[in-house]
Design a protein around this ligand. Structure first.
Ligand code: SF4
Ligand code: SF4
Length: 296
């Protein structure tokens, strides 16, 4: 597998407003998500716990699913969601606030939803290769290649974003996929108290989950036991409190970007120096790890 990622960030950004026909959709699978986040990065339980330990619980968000045919279901707010037994299943991913970015080989920065860890200036990942770098990102698009499924890199190519997938041979050391029965308690979790989720479905659909909503699910993910539906209640409560109290540069940047953003896909009304200054102020100076740039 060989990729050319410079100037792309196609797997970190919701670029649907730029090329609606070429971009894929997270809603196409057998269990469409309830939210509309593009390319959510599913995290393992240990990765979620790692972000929490680093005070980054406010960078995390849950995802619930519509049921596939013959799935167990649980009704929340009158909406049926996919379940394992009597518990709604969910994943935890990284939040994607609007940021001023020019991805997939474009020149003009636009307001697009982008991973909280994407440096909008360099289009590089701020946690690349560090302890928090998610397995999903480190191995992308290996699983797609192994399954002969379309990759984001090829979608970017189809949208005119340049040559991206230079060698499509899948790596031989891929970890287990994030979905499937083996993922229960590892990347797919089951929420133990569905009767406490009143109002959550509307907030997931409208992208307006509260810190407490997010913390509930983060807690349940960290309290989960791999291969099982059971949850360690003490561990869950401790993780929930940590997530609810998190106040990191990432959470603050998400709030600031969301307040300042123009409409989805709108051009950014700032000159390049001013945009870079704002990125430095809201992210780098606030504690975000730097990125090196692409060099020569
Ligand atoms: S963690 Fe890094 S590589 Fe993964 S989606 Fe976010 S910015 Fe992209
Ligand atoms: S879509 Fe492919 S080429 Fe583009 S940044 Fe992601 S992995 Fe790299």
């Amino acid at each position: 597998m060989e990729l050319r990622c410079e100037g792309c960030a196609g797997c970190c950004v919701d670029w649907r407003p730029l090329a609606p026909d070429a971009a894929g959709s997270d809603r196409a699978g057998r269990r469409p998500p309830l939210d509309d986040t593009y390319d959510l990065v599913p995290l393992t339980r240990d990765e979620v716990a790692g972000f929490l330990d680093d005070g980054l619980g406010d960078a995390l968000v849950p995802r619930l699913f519509e049921p596939a045919e013959r799935d167990a279901v649980v009704s929340i707010d009158g909406v049926e969601v996919a379940a394992a037994g009597d518990r709604p299943v969910f994943m935890i991913g990284l939040r994607k606030p609007p940021k001023p970015v020019a991805p997939i080989g474009t020149d003009e920065p636009r307001w697009l939803d982008a991973c909280v860890f994407l440096d909008p200036t360099t289009l590089q990942c701020r946690i690349h290769d560090d302890d928090r770098y998610p397995r999903t990102c480190a191995t992308y698009p290996g699983h797609n290649l192994a399954l002969d499924a379309e990759t984001e890199c090829e979608r970017v190519e189809a949208a005119g974003g340049g040559d991206r997938l230079l060698d499509g041979e899948p790596p031989t050391d891929l970890p287990a996929p994030a979905f499937g029965p083996q993922a229960l308690g590892t990347t797919v979790f089951a929420y133990p108290d569905p009767d406490r989720l009143d109002g959550t479905i509307d907030r997931i659909r409208s992208g307006s989950l509260t810190a407490d909503d997010r913390a509930r699910f983060v807690g349940a993910a960290v309290g989960s036991r791999p291969g099982s539906l059971s949850v360690d209640r003490d561990r869950m409560a401790e993780a929930r409190a940590l997530a609810r109290d998190a106040d990191s540069w990432a959470g603050r940047a998400i709030r600031e970007w969301t307040e300042r953003a123009g409409g989805d896909g709108d051009p950014v009304d700032r000159d390049p120096e001013d945009r870079e200054r704002l990125v430095r102020y809201l992210e780098d100076d606030a504690g975000a790890p730097g990125t090196p740039g692409w060099g020569e």
